[in-house]
Design a protein around this ligand. Structure first.
Ligand SMILES: Nc1nc2c(ncn2[C@@H]2O[C@H](COP(=O)(O)OP(=O)(O)OP(=O)(O)O)[C@@H](O)[C@H]2O)c(=O)[nH]1
Length: 908
């Protein structure tokens, strides 16, 4: 025993902690409170001084406590056996106090206590029929078993011997709850009856009463020791019982003073004032009263106990009221422990303690999800209800069903999707080209993100947006931009990973799919093979007995393009695409940018109604009046009806692609809309930031035991890929490792991605994107693992392997150098030559290159030729100019960055 706490010492010496504190104070031994720890030397001093006091020769003792000492010993059976002479008892007391707890469990007492506890249980059960959880709350009957054996015992000595088991329980417990009650009252006033408040006491007990509980006699432990609600309720019950006892005390004291008197009836009245002033000193007085009370009890035996009975029953209505008060709180999806505690009207530390007792270490500012909050609240007998989150923007954008009669036929909106190099761009170009020749005069297709072509006198709107994006970003607000998806599959290549991705996206969006089997002009083309491969994905061609339209085309020769157009129109007809043109316009922002001369320029697709020049519109955070409108041919138009893409000027800000635009009654309404959007955006951003911070919190990890988390930051060239990656990666979670996508976004991997990954101990997966220079540097410095892929499936395979601990990279990419394209030349038979300047490193003839434009990888493949002037060279060093020709890639432009790399084997 090297150190001991003040209260423990007080307990050992059987004196109030206050006395010990006073003694320490007078001896200049500095302690803060009863929880302070004492050095052995100080403890010895106290023992020497106060242990003597317990013998009864102390002045104070003589005044106040001699009787109390006797009582304490009565419940130690071995002492009672020794005889009841005060002197002996005192000696026994000291002995037992010194020997500590083990003595209390001896001498057959446990069996009696157990019997009492059992009896007590039975009695307790009866009166409480309404709610099992409250069972232990109504404790008064628990007194019955105590009094019974005492009453019934013929020999007073035996009665005394029995009493300890029963009596010690209240005695011991009284000490704590007396304080708890006082505190509770101080803190919460009338809330005393609320369960969580009681749990405060309960927790307090958990926090500092561990030792005490262990030395509590068995009878007192009884059910109260059980964990969970039952246990805590039980303790609550004790609290109440103790409350009552505290209240009784003065009367009991009186009773003991006038030993022959019964306890006066107004015991409960006396209870109140005493509680309200019960603080500090009173607490200790109460303890003394208690001892006196017990002395009285000892002397008077069963009679005394009998007297207590009516008092115990009185507070019953209060208890029942408490039962009815089942609290219910509304909890959001994510909240902090503190917020939860506030909602439950308890102090956060109570929750922290409770969880700590369960082996979970949390802080008050730690975020927990709804499910966890619900679990915690239930332990405090509080019901949770999930907060319904109202998306204000969604509410704003809500629309009523339109009158069928007002609906008119509208052109279909089509997007083209498929695997890399299967000819999406070529096909779109071919369609437009055909259209330019066939269609209206002079129209040169502008790049506004969408174009309208005419076939058989009907219009078809084609979106330039890659399929993925059309289905994800455009569905940001639940709006569907596309009606029909053209799935381009190269007849010579067949179904490839991105083909499957495209199929999944289109299916998820519920969009009609038309398969365009491209490159049929190639000798290696095999349309039947494509048909066969696609059957696996439930795309069965009509001639194979299915319902999917397959059109063999050649973007190169133009073969089948017209058929394709016809099929699109046919499908559109079946879909019965309609919209009401005579209403305020509403649609989607396809693209938007800030133009130096024209300000905010947005390409929008009108989906409903008609947009006119002069209309007030709002799109996300932007609003304004339509100043001018241009169609896809660059012609100024005054109005745009359903399915028509137009470029508009006049917005005050650049809206996000995929945002819904709405026509408003006036400027003010449009501004209000945008302002709401901005304020909501801020709220959302805050929430997102909050949840990011909580991602690496300890709580979840501890809660999930050995579960490890694999945090991933996903960056890709288009939103669709981000989503696809996210979904696929999340599915990799297994029993041991949980995959958590910490962040997903479009664009180059930047420094903030790296810092986020670093802070969350996550890895970064880049799909078709590269890290910028600062990001690379930060990642190297902070040891963040960045993995870059061109095919989603490789990324998924790698992560899966890593999770199994089977990822053994044999090759690693070694970056050789960087160059910037300064000028391009076209050479017949060669393709585009990129005149470039090597910025760093060395470009080697047989290296691979990666071309990035605005952080997006546009090409990755071998370098076909490396020249200095007209000569082929082996290598070009930094600071020199050279000419590159890339294998099968001619779309290189000025300003593109070329990175040379080589795969090198990594020794393992
Ligand atoms: N022979 C033949 N070649 C074609 C045909 N369509 C496209 N190509 C060629 O295939 C290559 C890729 O075509 P793109 O239109 O760029 O393919 P994409 O699917 O748009 O490619 P990404 O934009 O990289 O996804 C180009 O070299 C085209 O010339 C076709 O019908 N026949």
């Amino acid at each position: 025993m090297s150190k001991i706490k003040v209260y423990e010492l007080a307990k050992e010496l059987d004196v109030p902690s206050k006395d010990v504190l006073e003694f320490l104070g007078s001896n200049n031994i500095e302690v803060k409170n009863h929880m302070s720890t004492l050095e052995e030397a100080d403890a010895k001093k106290v023992r020497a001084a106060m242990g003597g006091a317990s013998k009864g020769d102390d002045e104070k003792e003589a005044k106040e406590a001699p009787k109390k000492k006797n009582i304490v010993h009565v419940f130690r059976p071995q002492n009672t056996q020794n005889g009841n002479k005060p002197g002996r008892r005192t000696g026994g007391n000291r002995q037992s106090a010194q020997q500590g707890r083990p003595m209390q469990v001896n001498n057959g007492r446990p069996s009696k206590a157990a019997a009492l506890a059992k009896e007590e249980k039975e009695v307790v059960k009866r009166p409480i029929t309404e709610k099992p959880a409250e069972k232990p709350v109504v404790e008064k009957p628990a007194e019955k078993p105590v009094e019974k054996p005492i009453e019934k015992a013929a020999a007073p000595k035996r009665a005394e011997a029995q009493r300890p088991a029963a009596e010690k329980r209240p005695e011991r417990e009284d000490r704590r709850p007396a304080r708890e009650d006082d505190r509770r009252q101080n803190r919460s006033g009338e809330r005393r009856s609320e369960r969580p408040q009681e749990n405060k006491g309960d927790d307090r007990r958990q926090g500092r009463g561990g030792d005490r509980r262990s030395d509590r006699p068995q009878g007192a432990r009884g059910e109260g020791r059980n964990e969970g609600r039952r246990g805590s309720d039980r303790r609550d019950g004790r609290d109440n019982r103790d409350n009552r006892r505290n209240g009784d005390r003065p009367d009991n004291r009186r009773g003991s003073d006038r030993r022959d008197n019964k306890i006066p009836a107004p015991a409960l009245e006396g209870q109140k004032p005493q509680r309200s002033k019960g603080k500090g000193k009173d607490e200790y007085k109460k303890k003394d009263y208690r001892r006196e009370e017990e002395e009285g009890t000892m002397i008077k035996g069963g009679k005394k106990k009998n007297d207590q009975k009516p008092q115990m029953q009185k507070p019953q209505p209060k208890e029942q009221k408490q039962e009815e008060e089942i609290k219910s709180i509304i909890v959001p999806e994510v909240l902090t422990i503190k917020e939860l505690a506030d909602k439950m009207k308890i102090v956060p530390s109570v929750i922290v303690k409770k969880l700590f007792m369960q082996g979970k270490i949390v802080t008050v500012n730690q975020e927990i999800d709804y499910e966890t909050a619900e679990e915690i609240a239930l332990e405090f007998d509080v019901l949770c209800e999930k907060e319904e989150v109202v998306d204000v923007i969604e509410e704003l954008l809500k629309e009523e069903e339109e009158d069928e009669k007002k609906m008119k036929k509208r052109p279909p909106v089509v997007c083209v999707m498929g695997h890399v190099d299967h000819g999406k761009t070529s096909l779109l170009d071919a369609i437009r080209h055909t259209n330019v020749i066939v269609g209206e005069a002079g129209g040169i297709t502008q790049h506004i993100g969408a174009s309208v072509v005419e076939a058989n006198g009907e219009k078809i709107t084609f979106l330039d947006t890659p399929g993925h994006e059309a289905f994800t970003a455009m569905r940001l607000r639940g709006a569907q931009s596309t009606d029909i998806a053209i799935l381009v599959v190269a007849a010579d290549d067949g179904v490839m990973p991105q083909t499957v991705e495209a199929i999944n996206h289109a299916k998820a969006a519920g969009v009609e799919i038309i398969v365009a089997v491209n490159k049929i002009d190639k000798p290696s083309a095999n349309v039947e093979r494509v048909k066969q491969e696609l059957t696996e994905y439930e795309l069965i061609s009509e001639d194979w007995g299915g319902s999917t339209i397959f059109v063999p085309v050649s973007a190169k020769t133009g073969e089948g393009i017209e058929d394709l157009m016809e099929m699109i129109l046919l499908t559109a007809e079946v879909l019965e695409l309609k919209a009401n043109p005579n209403r305020r316009a509403r649609g989607l922002v396809l693209e938007a940018q800030l133009d130096k001369g024209r300000g905010s320029v947005a390409t929008v697709l009108v989906q409903k109604g008609t947009l006119r020049v002069g209309d007030a519109i709002a799109a996300g955070s932007a609003h304004g009046k339509v100043r001018a409108m241009m169609d896809d041919k660059g012609r100024r138009v005054k109005e745009a009806g359903p399915s028509m893409p137009v470029e508009i000027l006049g917005l005050n800000d650049v809206p996000n692609a995929g945002e819904v635009f709405v026509g408003c009654a006036n400027d003010k309404e449009a501004r209000n809309f945008a302002e709401t959007f901005i304020s909501q955006g801020k709220v959302k951003l805050l929430e997102e930031t909050k949840s990011k911070l909580s991602l690496d919190d300890l709580f979840t990890q501890i809660q999930e035991g050995n579960l490890k988390e694999l945090g991933i930051v996903v960056k890709a060239d288009v939103q669709g890929s981000v989503e696809a990656m996210k979904q696929s990666l999340l599915k990799l979670s297994n029993e041991e490792v949980v995959v958590k996508i910490i962040h997903g976004g479009v664009g180059a991997i930047n420094e903030s991605d790296v810092s986020l990954a670093s802070a969350s101990n996550a890895i970064i997966i880049g799909f078709n994107v590269r890290p910028d220079a600062t990001a690379k540097e930060t990642a190297d410095r902070e040891g963040v693992d960045i993995r870059l892929y061109r095919v989603i499936y490789s990324a998924i395979e790698d992560v899966e392997a890593a999770m199994k601990g089977m990822l053994d990279p044999v090759f690693e990419e070694k970056v050789l150098g960087h160059a910037e394209v300064r000028q391009t030349f076209k050479a017949s038979g060669v393709g585009t030559i990129a005149g470039s300047y090597v910025q760093d490193g060395t470009f080697e003839r047989d290296c691979s290159v990666r071309i990035t434009r605005d952080g997006i990888v546009i090409f990755e493949g071998p370098l076909a030729s490396l020249k200095r002037f007209k000569d082929d060279v082996k290598e070009v060093r930094a600071g020199y100019e050279c000419g590159f020709v890339f294998a099968n890639f001619n779309d290189v432009k000025e300003g593109d960055l070329v990175e040379a790399f080589k795969m090198v084997e990594i020794p393992r």
